[in-house]
Design a protein. Structure first.
Length: 94
């Protein structure tokens, strides 16, 4: 527990999203190829993007697999605020 409190910064991700001006992933084209093969195709399947941030990846998943139910989760309220602003029909949780 002592190590946890010495290294854990509750505000790190809030500052990250506040200071980040673009909601894109620098290595998206590389990651997308791998992620696409893992996306379920059965209608009604739920997919949880844990650590979704601004929802950049989740938006691409929704666009390419509209038949599944997407859920985004993140500890950053600022990241989720950005995701909710641009993505509809996705449930977000903190």
């Amino acid at each position: 527990m002592i190590l946890h409190s010495m290294t854990h910064d509750d505000d790190f991700y809030e500052r990250y999203w506040i200071e980040k001006d673009k909601d894109e992933l620098f290595d998206f084209s590389y990651k997308w190829k791998a992620v696409q093969s893992l996306i379920p195709t059965k209608k009604g399947t739920k997919l949880l993007d844990f650590g979704c941030g601004s929802g950049f990846l989740l938006g691409h998943i929704q666009k390419n697999s509209p038949e599944i139910i997407n859920i985004g989760a993140d500890i950053s309220h600022e990241g989720l605020r950005r995701a909710k602003k641009t993505l509809k029909n996705i449930q977000f949780i903190t």
